[in-house]
Design a protein around this ligand. Structure first.
Ligand code: R5P
Length: 292
């Protein structure tokens, strides 16, 4: 028997939406998208929506603004029929713009909060949002799930030598701690500095004792790969054994994957919040538990 929930599959999260609909035995409503030459999206929904509850699944990775407007349009359409609309945004784009780092910078997460409410979402669910500060600007219900237990399950199957969990920066210390606790190992956090104007990163930590150990670098996301490359180069200099990367959102822009592999990383493992070659860890179960 199908549940009384419609899963609306956005174009950016088709596989995840399909998996989710199977897990909770919900009706899957696919969206057909035509992007015109000028960049506008024309969206058609194929199927009937539940009057009770619709769940829109759409990650906001590049093209970020296109995927955002598609998510908002799907939410708006769902609201015309369903009394409850949950927006599942596995990768919440714009979440790094949650503070005025330099004078005059616009905190885009404030705008995003207004847009989701205005479109008609009753609740927004993200997976490992960059920081919870972003959700503070939302006036509707929000939930942040974590892919860490799913990622840990993958790493538990590997035979690693004296493993150590490493965060490339102090901002990710809590994440590394959570991963280490779940995995059953120690963790450390490096000191990373990012130039706010150029975006370039450098590792400021001087020495760490990682001699001969297998390391798992844990981060919420990889964009240009700069943070992971710098951390790996530093850790390799400190004579560690293998370096694995575990991250939730692998944006891997341009040649980031090559740069990371060239720096000496053995494997990048990410969640399917963003589809791609490294996205081998499925989070549909984690999302399913949050929406029923
Ligand atoms: C930063 O605080 C984040 O947790 C990531 O480390 C960062 O966004 C990754 O970006 P990139 O791959 O461009 O260094």
């Amino acid at each position: 028997m199908l549940s009384n929930i419609s899963i609306i599959s956005g174009k950016s999260s088709e596989n995840l939406a399909r998996k989710l609909s199977k897990k909770i035995k919900a009706n899957l409503v696919r969206s057909e998208i035509r992007v015109f030459a000028d960049g506008e999206s024309k969206i058609t929904l194929n199927g009937k929506l539940s009057k009770k509850k619709s769940v829109v699944v759409q990650s906001i990775y590049p093209p970020v603004d296109t995927n955002l407007i598609q998510a908002l349009s799907l939410i708006s359409k769902a609201r015309e029929v369903s009394s409850q609309v949950i927006a599942v945004i596995p990768y919440m784009g714009y979440a790094r713009q949650d503070r005025e780092f330099l004078p005059g910078e616009i905190v885009t997460m404030k705008v995003i909060g207004k847009l989701f409410k205005g479109a008609g979402a009753s609740e927004v669910i993200a997976v490992d949002i960059h920081s919870l500060i972003g959700f503070k600007y939302f006036t509707i219900k929000t939930k942040n799930l974590t892919a860490i237990p799913d990622l840990v399950q993958y790493f538990k199957k590997l035979s690693l030598k004296n493993p150590l969990i490493v965060s490339p920066d102090q901002g990710g210390k809590k994440r590394a701690q959570e991963f280490a606790q779940e995995f059953g190992s120690e963790y450390i956090a490096l000191e990373k500095k990012r130039d706010r104007k150029t975006g370039k990163v450098k590792i400021q930590t001087k020495n760490v004792n990682v001699l001969g150990r297998d390391l798992i670098l844990v981060d919420d996301m990889i964009s240009t790969g700069g943070s992971i490359v710098k951390a790996t180069q530093f850790l390799k200099k400190q004579k560690c054994n293998r370096v694995y990367v575990a991250c939730t959102h692998a944006l891997l822009m341009n040649d980031a994957r090559n740069k990371i592999m060239k720096a000496g990383v053995t494997k990048i493992v990410s969640a399917n919040t963003i589809p791609g070659k490294t996205s081998i860890v499925d989070v549909s179960n984690t999302i399913a538990k949050a929406i029923i």
